[in-house]
Design a protein around this ligand. Structure first.
Ligand code: AMP
Length: 502
């Protein structure tokens, strides 16, 4: 988990002699690192920090959990120290470093890290993201701030309202660039890049390197130094994967059974849909398991509260959609469960990457039914291995008196929109596009049949379907279409990185 500093045993092996003290960082920064208890840099930090300090552009292959945030923020703070001052004048604190992230959760995590690392310096930093009142963000921005961490949409809102000028940005970071493209942020990114001075240092981090990512990198990076960490491969190898084939109706009971059987106390369960996540979480709670669901329809506060409770161990099971889980600083989990196999095989790799981090071993369990055979085949094709088929011993299916539609009607729900998957754009707080999670694959139908008469209404289940107010720009973008997610090769996904064309 994030609050536990990374196990640096593996890192110490990778770079035994390197210590933070070797980078020549300012004493204020070294003090902050000592406060955090960091001694050895992680591999990505060991590689990135000297290169960024030299002023070079960087293309980094790294996921959340590798320590990449300190890898870019420490040298940024070091380089900006030349401009640090205690003046009250906003003009003396122009935005000099901009960090773009796909989700508000990641933005908050990066901002927390930057604040901690810069705490003994006069440098100011702040975070802006959607789904929150703009006023407090505006006040902070107008006072002047050197480092801004932002989701693209909200940043542009502030630019439009002249709350922020990007004319003096000398360092740009694109964090989780692949996710930003997946979520349809390309037009926003291009608009932001056009607002920046031509001469600047650029750092791009991405877990995967699709042709689109390379195209983006070629268009804005200047002779980047390629930095990759081999750990993602090791991670995948350390994860024990197993799939259980079950009846669709039994999936919830099987997940409950597995959680109990394995006495799991900290597990993320992935659901493809918001309603599926809510329903599973509710089911687990009814069975006495401390569970909570997070998805795009939950407010920022609700998601943060669930995350905090999960990190503290007050919640044992976090049921999440891919969008909600994206960017969450949750790693090193002993186990993740796929309640649904993801529609996109790449998401499977991202999901199982939550476990088995930092050299530890982990379990990735999936349940699937007949209709998911093709999804499993896609995953196995991508990861180039056959996932072990497990046998459920001692599992006794519960008698079900109604079919799914009957159950749904009992709760007063409508038949969901086909698949009703989580929207990608809701995460930046700028409304939802109504597309699929990645927007490119048609959602599956839940099957035909008469909708039974409504009976009792449980308001809990109706809550997630409050309509969102999609802002105008969102609608325009939805109409323009999200760029289709390209097919990614396993080698690239797991760190076997092709050289970028200079
Ligand atoms: P990140 O990949 O940047 O999200 O970092 C993952 C976690 O590792 C964060 O909780 C950091 O606080 C922690 N971390 C980052 N660098 C180090 C380090 N050199 N030593 C120990 N922990 C670290």
């Amino acid at each position: 988990m994030s609050e536990t500093p990374m196990n640096n045993e593996a890192d110490a092996v990778a770079a035994p002699a390197v210590r933070f003290a070797d980078f020549g960082l300012a004493p204020e920064i070294q003090r902050a690192l000592a406060d955090q208890g960091y001694v050895h840099p992680t591999p990505i930090q060991a590689q990135a920090i000297p290169v960024v300090l030299q002023g070079r552009d960087v293309m980094g292959a790294a996921q959340t959990g590798t320590g990449k945030t300190a890898g870019f923020s420490l040298p940024i703070i070091q380089l900006l120290l030349a401009h640090a001052n205690s003046s009250m004048s906003p003009a003396r604190h122009p935005v000099r470093a901009l960090v773009l992230t796909p989700t508000r959760e990641l933005a908050v995590q990066v901002a927390d890290n930057v604040k901690a690392y810069a705490q003994h310096t006069p440098l100011r930093s702040t975070v802006v993201f959607g789904g929150m009142d703009m006023k407090p963000q505006t006040e902070t921005l107008r006072k002047g701030v050197e480092i801004v961490i932002a989701t693209p949409g909200r940043l542009l809102d502030h630019v439009e309202q002249k709350n922020i000028s990007l004319a003096q940005v000398q360092m740009l970071v694109m964090d989780e660039a692949d996710r930003m493209l997946d979520m349809g942020f390309l037009p926003d990114l291009q608009r932001i890049i056009n607002l920046l001075p031509k001469k600047r240092q650029n750092l791009m981090f991405s877990a995967t390197f699709s042709p689109e990512i390379k195209k983006l990198a070629n268009s804005f990076l200047d002779q980047p130094v390629l930095i990759e960490v081999a750990r993602s491969n090791a991670t995948a190898e350390k994860v024990t994967q197993v799939v259980y084939k079950v009846d669709e109706e039994q999936k919830r009971d099987v997940v409950e059974f597995l959680i109990r059987q394995r006495a799991l106390k900290q597990v993320i369960v992935f659901s493809n849909t918001k309603i599926g996540a809510s329903r599973l979480s509710r089911h687990l709670e009814q069975c006495g398991i401390k569970a909570s669901a997070i998805h795009g329809d939950k407010t920022q506060q609700e998601r943060m509260a669930a995350l905090e409770a999960f990190k503290k161990g007050e919640i044992e099971v976090l049921v999440a959609t891919d969008v909600a889980a994206r960017g969450l600083d949750i790693s090193d989990l002993p186990c993740v469960i796929n309640f649904d196999l993801p529609y996109n095989a790449e998401d499977y790799v991202h999901r199982i990457g939550r476990t088995g981090r930092a050299g530890a071993s982990g379990d990735a369990i999936s349940v699937y039914s007949d209709k998911d055979e093709r999804l499993l085949a896609d995953i196995e094709k991508l990861i180039k291995q056959t996932v072990q088929r497990g046998e459920l011993s001692n599992f006794t299916p519960r008698a079900r008196s109604r079919d799914r539609d009957g159950e749904r009607a009992e709760r007063g729900e409508r038949r969901p929109r086909a698949g009703a998957p989580e929207s990608g754009r809701g995460e930046s707080g700028r409304g939802e596009s109504g597309r699929g999670e990645r927007g490119e694959r048609p959602a599956r139908s839940y099957g035909a049949g008469p909708v039974p008469r409504r009976e009792k209404i449980d308001p809990w289940f109706l809550k997630p379907y409050e309509p969102s107010n999609a802002p105008r720009r969102e609608a325009t973008q939805a109409a323009a279409g999200t760029p289709a997610k390209p097919k990614q090769k396993l080698a690239a996904l797991l760190g076997g990185l092709p050289k970028p064309q200079a």
